[in-house]
Write a protein that binds this ligand. Structure first.
Ligand code: CTP
Ligand code: MG
Length: 225
């Protein structure tokens, strides 16, 4: 069995959420969101070693919160100005020949059936695996600089969640290449480096990302489930 490492990226500032504190430190069930994310990851993948990526501005505060809640923090890595840079900083710390699950700290509800499917896809020889869910809204395509739009066939599109799983050797290579602003997740970074054999596994509606304040209220409901 290969070693497994989970990288939890939580170095963002939560601009869209708009709170004084980045959303991953806001309260969910009486403690920071990030503690639920870490607990759920530990429960889903008990064999995984965890790396937590934080902005240097919040390392001290995180330490205080961990002491206050009697919470054992994973090893901390300092993030960067983009999600890409934050992931890259952690990827550089992972040993060769390791399965890596890259996960958003702002998605507290990690599901074991999803992490099992991701690891299963890597075991079967795929270069990567990502969880996807159906899109619920209708979709239209727009073209830069042109007025108008056209309807596209919704069933051909999927929304991509995290954790996203790859072998560390491939991640090292892909994250050693230059940044492009089109990178929105790890799969897009991998694909642009030529690692396009990425399995789609069934994601879970609870694994939504907290982006706006109302998402935190919904997360509160999921805690009671
Ligand atoms: N992230 C990170 N480092 C960054 C930017 C984002 O580690 N420089 C992390 C966030 O903390 C979050 C995940 O990547 O857990 C997904 O990013 P997103 O939801 O966009 O969070 P923010 O960038 O913090 O929010 P916003 O884009 O609204 O500012
Ligand atoms: Mg962001």
């Amino acid at each position: 069995m290969r070693k497994v490492c989970a990288i939890i990226v939580a170095a963002g500032s939560g601009r869209r959420f708009g709170a004084p504190l980045p959303k991953q430190f806001c309260e969910l069930g009486g403690r920071p969101v990030l503690m639920t994310t870490i607990d759920r990851m530990r429960r889903a993948v008990p064999e995984a070693e965890l790396l937590l990526v934080l902005s240097s501005d919040f390392v001290e505060e995180w330490g205080d919160k961990c002491r206050k809640h009697g919470f054992e923090s994973p090893e901390v890595v300092i993030g960067g100005d983009t999600r890409w840079q934050s992931v890259k900083n952690a990827v550089e710390r992972v040993a060769a020949d390791t399965y890596v699950l890259v996960h958003d700290g702002a998605r507290p509800f990690v599901m074991p059936q999803v992490t099992d499917a991701l690891i299963g896809a890597l075991d079967s020889g795929r270069q990567g695996a990502v969880p996807v869910v159906d899109v619920v809204d209708s979709l239209r395509e727009t073209i830069d600089g042109f007025p108008g739009s056209r309807a596209v066939q919704r069933s051909r599109y999927k929304a991509v969640q995290t954790p996203q799983a790859f072998l560390s050797d491939y991640l090292h290579d892909a994250y050693s290449r230059p940044y492009r602003k089109e990178f929105t997740d790890d799969a897009s970074v991998m694909e642009s480096a030529g690692y396009a054999d990425i399995a789609l596994v069934e994601g879970h509606s609870d694994t939504f990302k907290i982006t706006l304040p109302r998402d935190l209220a919904v997360a509160g409901l999921c805690m009671d489930e």
